[in-house]
Design a protein around this ligand. Sequence first.
Ligand code: C5P
Length: 210
Amino acid sequence: MVVAVDGPAGAGKSSIAKIVASKLDLEYIDSGAIYRSLTKKILDSGLKIDDYTAIETILTTTELNIVNKKVFVNGLDYSLFIREKDVTDAVPVVSANPPVRSFVNGFLNKFFGDKPVIMDGRDIGTEVFPNADYKFYLDASVEERARRRCDELGTKCQSFEEIKSSISKRDYNDMNRQIGPLKKADDAIYIDTTQLSIDEVVNKIIECIK
Ligand code: C5P
């Protein structure tokens, strides 16, 4: 069984998909962590994030792996660094690069093609697993999503307005790229989570699946 969960930043996809995975005994994968890990590797290599040709070249010697739910790039685990601001700002540029997208999609299909999985991202129901058994598109107002991010950051949240504008910018980039843009698959179930708790969304998803 494949369950695809797509939606914009901060819609609650990963928190919700993780709980559904444990309740339904599915593997969970956060595809954003893969784009983030590749972005961190590219930043560390000193390449310009918009140097698509150089990035395409390094992909030929790049190997992805997932061990204990952690993403490894050429054997290195970048998970401690992938939520840093420089990675978050750069990831929409790296993820708009067509060879990067086909590299990640090829890996996801090969790695999870025959496993029961719930995967969250931007293009899971449209591009990665267009034949997924269940597709959900989680959304929420930008204010609510920024509020959730601020809550997560706690005392590190310095400016609500800055977070809101960074989320809006990322949404715009993710929705307007040429390849694999963020959009609801025609057959996805749309859930507006603005007024819902995590448990309410989890229950809705599990009800649909059952
Ligand atoms: O889900 P998360 O916010 O961690 O994703 C980070 C970024 O990775 C997104 O803003 C998007 O640019 C990219 N991404 C993507 N396709 C996916 C998952 C993430 O382009 N399936």
